[in-house]
Every structure is written in structure tokens, then in C-alpha cells.
Write a new protein. Sequence first.
Lengths: 530, 316
Amino acid sequence: MTEARHCDDILKAAFPAVRQNDPVCAKSSHFLVPKDLLPAITHYIHTQPSLRGRLTLLWACDHRPVRDTYGLYYLFTLEASHHWVVLSTELAGTDRLFPSITPHIHAAQWYEREIRDMFGLIPQGHPDLRRLVRHEHWPKGTHPLRKDFSWDCVLGRQQGEHRFRHIEGEGVFEVPVGPIHAGIIESGHFRFSVAGEPIMQLELRHFWKHRGVEKLFEEQTLIGAVPLAERVSGDTAVGHSLAYCQAVEALLHLEVPRRAKYLRSLFLELERLYNHLADIGAICHDTAYALAHAHCDRMKERIMQLNDRLTGSRFLRGVMRVGGVTRDIENAQLTEIVEELNRIQPDFSEVGAIIFANASLTDRLETTGILHEQTAWDHAVMGVVGRASGMNGDLRRDRPFAAYDELPVNVALYRYGDVRARLRVRGDEIQESIRLIRELRGRIPEGPIANEPSCSPNPGDWTLAAVEGWRGEILYMVMAGEGGRIHRCKVRDPSFVNWPAIQWAVLGNIIADFPLINKSFNLSYAGNDL
Amino acid sequence: MLEATTLIVAQTTVLLAVSPFLVGLIRKVKARLQLRRGASILQPYADLAKLFKKQPVISTTTSWIFTATPYIVFASTLTAGLLVPTFTSQTPMNFSGNIIALVYLLALGTFFLILAGLDAGSAFGGMGGSREAIVASLTEPAMILSIFAIALTAGSTNLSTVVHKTAVLEGIMTDPSPHLMALAALFIVALAETGRVPVDNPATHLELTMIHEAMVLEYSGRHLALLEWAAGLKLAVFLSLITNVFAPWGIATTVAPAAIGIGLLVYIIKIAVLAVLIGVLECMFAKLRLFRVTDLLGVAFILALLGLLFFYILRS
């Protein structure tokens, strides 16, 4: 608390014009900031050595029909205390302009372009105002998250061309890759400028399959939107649904039983396990080292079959609900999980030893696709990718949720930022997840697995929830509407933040190594393209 | 004349029949080593049959080179195959060419493949083409030198003579070191030329990492079938070359039916063993970084050169 007061005092002393508001959730401060002051105060929070705020989320909200304003919200995580600082401002009347913070804070660039596309608010001074989410064929003036845009409206098409950044010179070629690929991967376009093999520039063009997820949330009730959250990114069903449930529970002032919290941690770790195993196999596969791939896939399959036996879903769908979990895991089943993990762990340790002892593989992984610590900080990169580049952050430790307040997590941290470091982070986290599940079985209390919600929130109440999914931090902002419905739900998969960082990690690498670098990031296209 | 014609027909049939088997065998070995059941060894035959039935799709921006390339590649590889002894030490086209002809027949196919890759105008074709050009230009000297090391011991650049002399142990030096050096060099060359791990990955779906696959990315239907078959043939040619030049024993040195029968059986066993070896190697190594491939091929060249030097040192 003293930490919190400390940062509040610093901010109020530096900017007397800000007004402090009630905090929206635990370990956070909320300030109302005049619009013109935004660049200065965000820059201050970002660079002030005692604060070092990382831009964690930036979202907008159409407050109609309650009041005719647009709200802009900036969430910073302070580096030392992991305290959240929310800044908010309002654009009233016909005002559609807000000052861009991108010139000072690089991490804001996609958020501000997204807000421009979805709300039609213009970030003044943004260096790159090309469309991001709304591709050029979307008709002019369509801004789906405005309240006057109906969710089932059918859009026409218009002519338009996306202008890529060009590098010109002798022997410089552009290589367009995607959005249709040879393998079974999602749609993303990568535009390389290469001089021979080395990559001089990479530009991403994503958002090919906009599903309108955030708009669809606004058609749902608070209680009923869990299945939608599960489907934001198919491989992160638990992470997304858990973050969503936590947000709604905070709005409903609903306490979750201890047993349910433990089970939530269990499901989250099982999800982490099968995805990390798949990733390690896939990274090896991209270097044509098929042996490790085959073994990792075998272990992943065993975890998925375990998931199926436990929950009826290989992807752990349908286990979360607001107020707890939908199904109990009996003690016999917990024993079964631990026994299965006891069989997998030596297997995995052996495969890991083979992977890291193989000279030909090590040669491919080391120094490939280095994401420097400074670049990672500038882009607010986190999760697996961040922890491989020295970003020491893990919400399970920093802002404990579910049962992690009683289950301390050892965070894997590497600094080299190359493909091998990202592989190592995953390897360490697999071992740590297995350890956590073992410990969790010893500590899990008896009791109910869900509480029923009793009250409904006031329209306009909002809160934030964060979960450390297997890719990194998943954030949900949920604002309640009339009659238990959702007014606005902002979904932030870690992929949205980490994707732009790839553009820097590949520089100077050869184009033949790009698939490997991309695989070591393994970001979600769906979670990015809402 | 009749004998030569029969031999040409026989060897063509054997090469065409055996090459999909080799591809299927390598895949099967890899699958088994990865704990997979894997497709049948005969699957490549079924793939070819299916592809031949399909209509090829040809981009409107391509020139005649694109359509002609599959036939040129197939024909040149097959012709090269007829210059290499397989089950009998008599090569069918003995009269028309030697080792050097073999090397450049294969190079002709590569050259047209590169052209075709560029012709389709896709970014990947050009990329694959430029990579293939690097690999091909580095394998060629290593290949020629390693075969020369053998040719010197046998005193001829004619493969039939080389193989025949080795098979009957005539004029062969007691010290095998030039042979061993050349063998290692030629094996590396074979891996590079046939697009195997660690140089290329025939199983990849990643367009950006491909070499051979990137060049044939635009092909479909019977054109693709011809190219796949030609790739299998090239593998068979290299495996035949390696087995028969370095370990020709068992090969038919006369045209007696019994000798030919034994020769055929031994030949198939030998190349199958080599194919299994390639499959095992592919499971043990990751693919090299693209720019490390040159190092590997440099090693092949040096080995071949050492083989040559050893020949002179040992003779004097």
C-alpha cells in the first residue's frame, strides 16, 4: 500500500492537474487526466526511474447511450511494484481527436491505430496512420465498436490499396509471404525486403479474419459470455476464459471458493504444458530435426488425452464459469494426473537433454532471431518471448491470481533473446508447471467448486483482470451495461503486443531462418485478430 | 546392337521402378524412427499415378521453359542414369559418354529447374533458384574431383571400366584411403544434390526455407509427377554411383542370366541399405543454416582433393 501511495504522490506532485479516482481493482490507482496532458504524463510514467511504467493496455470505450462521450484508458504497470496505474480521459461532444503517445511510447502504436479503426478517433501526431484492423476494402466511416454500428450489419466493399514501406536500391527485393501459406497455419501476411538472403525490413500485415469478438461480447450477458471468451484463441481456452471470469467476478463482488481457485490453476498449468510441449517440438521440426518433434508431440498428445479424460475436452473447453469451475476433479483423478506427469517428466528431461546436446540443432538456435532487451522493453513485450529477452515478469508471481498466492512460482528468465533462449524458457516452464501441479495436489482444500452470483453490477462499472496464460499476460477489461449485459469488453491477447516485436527480431537474419524465429515466438493470429 | 538395346530397356525399367521405392523407403525409415507407422513404402508409386491423372495448372505468365522443364529434367536425369552401372558393370550407354557427361547431364536438369523456378515469377521460385545455384556450383567440383580420384586408380573416366576393374579387383591399390576420401565426398555431394537433410528438407511446408521444393512449387499434375519422379531418379543415380564405384562386388560382370539375376538382387539390397542410412541420418541432424551449407560442401571438396593427392602420394 505504501508503494501505491508513493506512486500516487509522485504523480500528483508532478501533475497537479490530475484528479485521483477510486481504484478499479486491487493494487491499482486511477487518475482522470485532461486530454492535453496525456503525452506529458504518460512519458513521465514511462521514463521516470522510480516508476518505469510499461504500457500494458490502451483502450477506448463508447459511453453512449449513458453519456455522449468516448473514454480513453491507459494502463501502465510499474516495473518495481507491479502496481497498475490507469489514466483515463474523455472526449466529449463532436471531439474526435486525441494526442498520440506513440512518439514517446513505442508500444502504443498498434493500440492507437486500433482505436482509430474501431472508433474513428484520431490519434494526432501518430507517425503511421495507415489502417490496421480495418483493411482498405472496408468502406469509409465504418467503425464497428461505436454504439451506432449494429453487430450484424453487412459491409460493402470498396477499392483500396495498402501501402507497404519500401526499401529501394540495387539488389533489394520484396518477398511477399502469405496470407495463404503452404502449411496449416493461420492467415498473416509478411512483407520482407531482402538484399539476397539477409532481411533488411519486415512488415507485418495481419487482421485478415476480423470476427468482431469485442462487438459480439456487447451482445452477451456478463454470465453468459464465457464460451465466447474461450474461443478468442483456440489454444488458450483456459487463459482467456479465466481472465474473463475474474473480471466479471470482480464486478459482481463474487468470491470464488478456494478449491475452485486451485482447480483453475491446475487447468491453466495443464494448458501451459500441452502448448509448451507442442512449441518445443515445432521449433525442432522447423530445423528439420524430426526426432525431437515426434517425441514432444507424443508427450503433448498424452497431456491432451489426459485433459480429455478429466474434462471431456482436449482443449479444456467448458471448464470455467463465473464464480468457479464447472467440474470437480476428484482426488483419484488428481493422483492420475500426477502419475501421468511422473511418467512424462523423465521422458521430457531426456528429450530436453538430447535437444540441447545436439550440436547441429544448437547451431541453428543460437544467435538466431535475437530480440534485444531494450527493444523488448520499448515494445512492452512480455510472456515467454519477454522472459527470454530479460523482461522479468510473470503475473503468477507479480499479481497472483487463482491459487498462485499460495503456490509460489519460480520464473524462468534468460537474457540472450535468441531462439534458444525462448526454447529454454519453455523447457523450464514445463518443469515448473509439473512441480506446481504436484504441489497443488498436496494443498488443494475440500469444498464447493462454485459460488452463485447474487447481485448485479451498476451500469458503467468496469474492472480489469489479468492472467498469465502460456503465451503471456492476457488482459480483460469488462464494463457492465444495463440489465447484466456487457457494455464493453476489451480483450488483449499477448500476441497483439508481441507481434510487432518480430519485425525487429528478424533484422539481419537470413530469410530462410524466419520460419524458425516466427515459430519460436509462436504468436496467435486469432487472439490478435479479434 | 540387340544386346545394347536390351540393356538400355532393362536398365531404364529398373531405374524407373526402383526410384519411387527408394523415396518410400527413406520416408518409412524416418517414420519408424519417429515412432510413427508411416505411409506404405509403395505410397510414392500411388502418388505418381495420381499426379499423372491430374490436369496441370500453368500460370499465364510463364514461357515455354516452364512447360518444357519437367520433360528436360526427367530425360536428362534418366539419360544420366543410363551412364551409371546399376546391376551390371556394362552400362547401356557405354559408347556415348563418361563421368563428365554424367555430371553435366545432371547439371543440365538443375539449370532448367532454376530457370523454371524464375520463370513462374513467384518470390519463392527465385529464392529456391538462387539457393540451388549456390549448392550446385559447389557440389560440381567436389563431385568431379571425387570421381577423378577413383578414375585415376582405374585408369579410365569410363564408369563401366572403373566399376568392372574394381569388381574383379584388377589394378586396385591395396591402400583404400583415396577411395574412402572420395566416398565421403561423394556421399555429401549426394545429400546436397538430392536435397536431403542437412542441406535441404524434402518434407518441409515452410516456403521460405525450401531449396528444391521452392523451385517446383508452381508445378502440378503430370509436370509435378515427372519432377518428383526425376528427383527420385536422381537419388537412385547417386546411390548407384556410390555403391557401384566404391563397392561393386556382386555386380554382374558377364551377361550370363544367373550373374545378372544375382547382380540385380545385390544392387537392390545395396541401394536399399544406403537409403536406410540416409533415413537414419535425416533423423539425427537438424538442417544446416543456409550459409553453413557452403562449409559442408567445402569439406566435400577438400576430401575429394585429398583423395586425389593420396593417390599420387601412395603411387610414388
